[in-house]
Design a protein around this ligand. Structure first.
Ligand code: FAD
Length: 469
């Protein structure tokens, strides 16, 4: 049985190891930290389920749901509470419900935008420019902010698209790649000209669901760490090595030699690197210098997540799922999720609010925990009018937590994956490449495992076939 070293024991690494095992290979997960799961961590305390990193996953991309089913955890899936969707944007001193009919982050209906107080009269007039401006001629990628501001003006960008982009990628619209985030917009700007009319056309063309729409997001009854625990339990004990940072990677005649922090060496026929891009680049700096250069070029944003549990009487009625924040509003937080409305099982009897801090170019981690919590409490008082103090509060820090897909990301990733073909049996997977969400990283993990398995079975077949020369 071929041994495949999986470097990094986050969701990507564990999912890759699980898939390798299913393909008849012998995975060995080498994780630098003392525990597995990477960013997928849940703290269960005082009757609360506190998600430290991700809090749910998209259902439309099926990979996590499939994995959960394979792990026998289907009964533990919790759908987004009906009525728990619908967010708002905090801008110009108050909350504005996000106008209905958004597609690709853009409005597809005119009246909800005209009626909304989100844009000023001048901003609305400027947005109408989208209907008359000529089609884009240019080919290739461009910053999402540049495209949206050119067609719809700065207000649509700042008050609608940028907060949404921050909510998903913690990204700066002036450097984020359109091709990597909303690729259809590049096409619409060339074919339809108007992004709004083009997005509306796509929305009308989209197949209508046959039954009632299912939930858009799901989570797990006792937190997303349940998936991590189940993956760990499904892998043989000996295939999981915590506290094993990989510091060097070299080629051998039969595959690869990995060196650990304590100097120990491990040989493997295949390797899957699921580390943050710069850490993977460090391991590949001698074996594939151009790949390493591309990996070092992926910037990261640092984030903090806070969880605050309030007594019910202290919080006014909350409508919808939460709010995103216009940068010009001057708040510290970038978004707030009303956990109590989306996932009520996570805080029975309390009002749990989860806030996010940090985005590209704006690192929140220089402040100590008490400073972060004080700023979040003040923001929640300003936006929601909360009177009391939380009875429990937490800060979770994610230095270099979110890779940034900057202009040219898709082309650089294609080049990286093309160059990797020179290193048979070695694959890359994770949030830095082809999607940051949990379903995206599980998909990449599956693909990496399958690619490594295919290479190793080809090598075995070549070694076994009789020589003709
Ligand atoms: C605050 C936050 C909120 C998020 N919210 C959502 C959400 O709601 N929904 C969603 O779908 N996604 C969300 N995401 C994204 C998602 O959590 C991540 O993309 C995903 O968990 C990444 O998993 P990973 O295994 O690729 O990376 P990681 O979780 O970063 O794991 C990489 C692992 O590699 C290890 N490592 C590093 N260097 C070495 C080394 N030299 N040797 C060995 N091991 C090493 C690390 O210790 C780590 O355990 C969120 C991310 C963050 C930060």
């Amino acid at each position: 049985m071929s041994r495949v070293a999986v470097v990094g024991g986050g969701l990507t690494g564990l999912a890759a190891a699980y898939r390798l095992q299913g393909l008849g290979l012998e995975p060995l997960v080498l994780e630098a930290g003392s525990a597995f799961g990477g960013k997928v961590q849940t703290e269960c305390t005082d009757g609360l389920v506190l998600e430290e990193g991700p809090d749910s996953f998209l259902v439309r991309k099926p990979e996590v749901v499939q994995l959960v089913r394979e792990l026998g955890l289907e009964a533990e899936l919790v759908p987004l509470k009906p009525g728990g969707s619908g967010s708002a944007i905090y801008a110009r001193g108050r909350l504005h419900p996000i106008p209905p009919g958004l597609m690709l982050g853009l409005p597809t209906e005119v009246w909800p935008i005209v009626r909304s107080g989100l844009l000023s009269p001048t901003g609305k007039l400027r947005a109408a420019g989208d209907f008359v401006l000529p089609r884009d001629q240019g080919e290739g990628d461009q910053p999402l902010g540049q495209l949206v501001a050119r067609r719809l003006g700065g207000e649509v960008l700042d008050r609608l698209v940028a907060p949404l982009l921050t909510g998903i990628y913690a990204g700066d619209p002036w450097s984020m790649s359109t091709q990597a985030t909303f690729p259809q917009l590049l096409e619409l700007a060339r074919t339809d000209g108007s992004l709004v009319l083009g997005a509306r056309r796509l929305r009308r063309k989209a197949p209508k669901p046959s039954g009632p729409p299912g939930p858009m997001f799901m989570t797990m009854r006792r937190g997303l760490a349940q998936i991590v625990d189940a993956l760990v339990a499904a892998l043989p004990q000996g295939s999981l090595r915590p506290a094993s940072p990989v510091t060097d990677l070299a080629l051998t005649r039969g595959g690869y030699r990995l060196t650990l922090g304590d100097g120990a060496q491990i040989d493997a026929e295949g390797v899957i690197l699921t580390l943050p891009a710069p850490a993977a680049g460090h391991l590949l700096r001698d074996l594939a210098p151009q790949v390493a250069a591309n990996l070092f070029a992926v910037p990261y944003a640092s984030l903090a997540v806070t969880q605050m549990a309030y007594r019910q009487g202290d919080v006014p009625e909350l409508k919808g799922s939460g709010f995103l924040v216009d940068r010009a509003a001057g708040l510290t937080i970038t978004a707030c999720t009303y956990v109590v409305n989306k996932w009520p099982h996570e805080s029975p009897g309390s009002v749990l609010l989860r806030c996010y801090l940090g985005r590209a170019g704006d690192d929140p981690l220089g402040t100590d925990d008490e400073g972060i919590l004080a700023a979040v409490r003040a923001d929640l008082r300003t936006v929601l009018g909360i009177r009391g103090e939380p009875w429990l509060e937490r800060v979770y820090r994610w230095p270099a937590g979110m890779p940034q897909y900057t202009v040219g990301h898709v082309a650089r990733t294609e080049e990286t994956f093309g160059l990797l073909k020179e290193l048979p049996g070695l694959a890359l997977a994770g949030a830095a490449y082809r999607g940051v969400g949990m379903p995206d990283v599980v998909r990449q993990a599956n693909q990496a495992a399958e690619a490594v398995a295919a290479t190793l079975s080809q090598t075995d077949a070549e070694e076994e076939s009789p020589r003709t020369t």
